[in-house]
Design a protein. Structure first.
Length: 365
């Protein structure tokens, strides 16, 4: 019988039984005569977890990267990414973070490189941890897709309460938020910002429903740099609680990939550099969605339960994605939304702080 590491403190008899009946499969790589256990793949009978990211209290290291002349990204070990693009005499900021205090810290780093004023603040979608820091930028224009404006009106307050409850560490100085962030300019399909001089243009594009109904990307065609928002994650788990999974996995990601970007800043995770890394990030995102669609769809088709769909999806994803940031946080909400889609619920049900807890408790028992 293979020796199994008691990683969960289950006790020898439970481990023996699990191994005997094929519930835990453990293989070892032999390097220099020592055994290194790989991640266990088995059923998701997990101990109760702290709610969402409520136990994530450790600050992440932020890295400001200069991607090209006047093009910047701030990444933070799986926390939300932000960016900035210099025009001739102004700055376009991409995303606003969760609070003015958090945004102010990002701006202080940016000011080490440029003192140009922020004329445009571009928000990829409506989620609170992306938009509620907007007041720190003092931007002349706040730009979003027209659907994002509608979603803020429809569910912005509920999302604020929900996301600050799920991710309290990101809500730095929560009282600094003056209220909901309202776009001052919207568009339907495509718009451009002339950066002035010989800097070219910044293209803002809607590629279809995905992470939400209103996601946009920011594209620098001359430099081939793409700020993809949460439509693409580079080695970070997907949040799909407000998503349209089949649209996202299909035409929307196809459209993103067709840009043939050579550098990509996803919603979370490291900057992808070179076509191979960019395409890998897109396909990792697509595979996460495809596996969810397959597993949840199979359980739904046979008349199973939401809890069974969650367990099956966890088992199918955990080996490849379980070590990525916010995987355990996201998956209950992800599966719940996809289950609704298979049940014929076209638009995402509004998440509230109360509904968050109900779904979490239902699926984590």
């Amino acid at each position: 019988m293979s020796r199994v590491t008691d990683a969960w403190g289950l006790g020898p008899m439970v481990l023996w039984c699990a191994t005997r009946y094929g519930q835990i499969h453990q293989t070892f790589d032999h390097l220099g005569g020592s055994s290194r256990p790989r991640r266990v793949k088995g059923p998701s009978t997990m101990a109760a977890k702290p709610f969402a990211s409520s136990a994530d209290t450790q600050a992440k290291e932020q890295t400001l990267e200069v991607l090209a002349d006047g093009v910047y990204a701030l990444t933070a070990e799986g926390d939300p990414n932000v960016g900035a693009i210099e025009g001739e005499d102004f700055v376009v900021a991409f995303e606003a973070l969760a609070t003015p205090t958090a945004a102010g810290e990002w701006l202080a780093k940016l000011r080490e490189h440029t003192d140009k004023p922020v004329r445009y603040l571009v928000l990829s979608h409506y989620h609170a941890v992306r938009v509620l820091g907007a007041s720190a930028f003092d931007a002349t224009i706040i730009l979003t897709h027209e659907k994002t404006h509608e979603l803020i009106r429809e569910r912005g307050k509920e999302d604020w309460d929900s996301e600050f409850g799920r991710m309290p560490r990101l809500a730095k100085d929560a009282d600094s938020v003056p209220g909901l962030t309202w776009p001052t300019q919207t568009f339907a399909d495509r718009t451009t910002i002339d950066l002035g001089g010989d800097r070219g243009e910044l293209v803002l594009q809607y590629f279809g429903r995905g992470h939400t109904e209103g996601d946009i990307v920011a594209w620098l065609p001359e430099q081939k740099i793409l700020f993809a928002g949460d439509l693409v994650e580079a080695q970070a788990a997907l949040y799909t609680g407000d998503a349209f999974h089949k649209d996202w996995a299909g035409a929307t990601l196809d459209n993103v990939k067709a840009l043939q970007a050579e550098m990509l800043v996803g919603g979370r995770g490291a900057v992808s550099r070179g076509r191979a890394e960019v395409d890998a990030a897109i396909e990792q995102t697509r595979n996460f969605l495809d596996v969810m669609i397959r597993e949840v769809g199979a359980v739904h088709e046979r008349g199973g339960t939401l809890k069974e769909a969650f367990t099956a999806t966890h088992v199918a994803l955990v080996d490849d994605y379980g070590h990525w940031p916010i995987f355990e946080h996201c998956l209950p909400f992800d599966v719940s939304r996809l289950w609704d889609e298979f049940s014929g619920i076209e638009r995402p049900v509004i998440w509230t702080a109360e509904r968050d807890r109900q779904v979490w408790d239902q699926l984590q028992d």
